[in-house]
Write a protein that binds this ligand. Structure first.
Ligand code: GLU
Length: 298
């Protein structure tokens, strides 16, 4: 059964950038799409700073993105929520899942996961299974570890992540997971979520007691978000978000995925590939009005 659409009035949207670099045109497109849809629905647009990655996120980048958004003329309602100030909320959610036996520790490094996935592929003669982001699907090496043994390793300080036991999670909530995708005219289409294509995802990283998936789901609920507007690159991740919402007893917002901007080589704009930032463009004399116009918001 599809979830019933959120009924909260007025609608609540959020723009949720990570302060791990300067914003580029792709972020501007996302912020402006949020602004446009929030306006069209008479909704409130919130700002959330997704800064759980303590190594890559910096206060200077946060200041930079807030300056860029102000320059662009995108304004937000209410308090800004900074994820690094709410690790306790994610811990509570995780602990609930752990008590239900839906989470287990995994001691494998990324290289070990790759090696195990490749060995599995050779054994079965099948293609190396990858998740929608292209990473090897976790082959389950630590899933069956003896609980006492795992406790001992944790007590001795062995680095580990916490993974969701996907099959147990699906057994707990049932397989009929769906979510609504809304379009600019307010029409809603229901989509079946396919969390199996992600395997046993990481819910808590080695360095922080949460992950992107867990914190985004907890925060959307705590902030009362009814409509999530984000790029197509995060469309597949919604499969896991819907599953976590069901497991945690949280509402499922409606979703809207906007197209991504590509560079001259047809690749998605990315901070890591050095795409020109809004700050660079501003320094070159480009105006906010020009950017709005060029992105179709003029
Ligand atoms: N923080 C994510 C990003 O910068 C967006 C999160 C989301 O919209 O769910 O790509």
């Amino acid at each position: 059964m599809p979830p019933s659409p959120p009924t909260s009035e007025p609608p609540v949207l959020r723009f949720a950038p990570s302060p791990n670099g300067r914003l580029h045109l792709g972020h501007a497109l996302s912020a402006l799409t949020n602004e446009r849809l929030a306006r069209a629905m008479g909704g409130r647009l919130l700002l959330r700073i997704e800064d759980i990655d303590r190594a890559r996120c910096t206060p200077a980048f946060e200041q930079g993105l807030r300056d860029d958004l102000e320059w662009l003329g995108v304004f937000f309602a209410g308090e800004v929520r900074r994820q690094s100030e709410h690790f306790g909320d994610y811990r509570v959610a995780l602990e609930g899942l752990r008590r239900r036996g839906l989470v287990y520790p995994c001691f494998c490094s990324r290289q070990e996961v790759r090696a195990a996935a490749s060995a599995r592929a050779q054994e079965t003669g099948e293609a190396w299974a990858v998740d929608p982001d292209g990473a090897p699907l976790y082959p389950g090496c630590c899933r069956g570890l003896d609980a006492g043994l795992a406790e001992g390793r944790i007590a001795s300080g062995a680095p580990h992540v916490l993974r969701l036991d996907l099959e147990r999670a699906l057994a707990a909530v049932g397989e009929d997971l769906a979510y609504g995708v809304f379009d600019a005219s307010g029409g809603v289409t229901y989509v079946v979520a396919q969390p199996r294509r992600w395997g046993d995802v990481v819910l808590a990283r080695k360095d922080v007691p949460t992950s992107y998936h867990l914190s985004v789901v907890v925060d959307d609920a705590l902030q009362g978000v009814t409509h999530v507007v984000r790029g197509r690159d995060l469309e597949a991740a919604t499969d896991i978000h819907v599953l976590l919402q069901r497991l945690l007893g949280l509402p499922t917002p409606l979703y809207h995925f906007h197209d991504l901007l590509a560079d001259a080589e047809g690749r998605k704009l990315a901070k890591s590939r050095g795409s020109r930032s809004l700050a660079d463009l501003r320094a070159e004399g480009v105006t906010a009005a020009q950017i709005r116009h060029d992105l179709g918001f003029g």
